[in-house]
Ligand binder design. Sequence first.
Ligand code: G3I
Length: 355
Amino acid sequence: MMKLDRREFILGSAATLAAGTSASALPVSKLVQRHPGYGAAATLLDLQADPRLGEAISTYCTQVVPVQELKWPMLRPDAHTFAFEHADAIHDFAQKNDLTMRGHTLVWYYDIPDWTKQLKDSKAVERAYVDHINTVVSYYKDKLTSWDVVNEPIPDNPKSVKDRRDTFWTQHLGDRWIPLAYRTAAAADPSVKLAINEYDIESAKDSFIAKRAAYRNLIMDLLDQGVPLHAVGLQSHLHAELEIDTHGLADFVTEVRSWGLEVFVTELDVNDEKLTGSPSERDAIVAKRVDDLLTAISTSGPVRSILTWGISDRYSWMNGLVKRPDKQPNRPLPLDGEFKPKPFMDVIGKFTKDV
Ligand code: G3I
């Protein structure tokens, strides 16, 4: 069977990736550079288009998470299809590079295909919901370390700690939508870690503090119901102009850990659009925000899982969405656009060296 060298492997089509033989074990010199527990998100398209991306992930990371390939739109083009090949190609890349993979995300209010929204009634929606979770988690049984089961369940500016996002799923399943997702996933794979995931709960801003309080309340409520929840995801899409709420976040993490839950940093990057100054000055502030975040989380124990949402500024979701007034490129990630490490990567190393 054809043996691909690493560059051919990463450049190849999904079919090539799937057909690739098992690459030889990575050189120890590469493995020792890796930061234990550090991972990055990537799309298959970017991995295939630019070998530097796969090379960087393989150099610095021990985990990868697909940006798109496990979401409803790509996985479920219609009611009868499970298009696993895209995520399988990333899983194949992970295996060939001695990386683990985590799943993102089974249930999200944002990415719901039109065919799902057009289902005729709530019973049909529930069948599709349960069938999706059961089929996908079963298919990836023993292949993933964890799943983001429900993503972003708390609305921005929650009215109270009991406020939950009003989603398409809520409209058809009522409050059952969250417990049902976790129970279905746990039944499909009792060994995979099941996480919940939320953003804008890390910085010192009143609305973020309110969102974190509602997130805490939801987590407590799910545990009280005996829902199989194992980890709390802090997306950590940080805002460079905002201080981290170090004490409040440290207290939150200490408490959820005391409930027996793990804490994952799941989508770390830093939006520096509001920063002025030179790139190196911006990079220093970005690194400080990351250091403050990880310091707060580490007060109650090591951060065993840190994923950045991308690894190089060249492939960030912010490009095209976030426009700096000075029209300079965004610098949200640990590697710059030419894959050179920034102080951000040093901070990752500082918090993962003893994991
Ligand atoms: O690949 C298609 C392309 O073929 C098509 O031409 C193009 C125009 O329609 O769309 C492309 O897909 C886009 C995809 O990103 C490319 O990776 C989708 O439209 C676009 O919706 C999708 O946006 C992603 C977004 O989640 C919605 O799924 C972002 O890349 C991704 O970074 C973002 O990630 C989210 C996390 O899942 C949850 N937390 C927040 C985070 C940032 O928004």
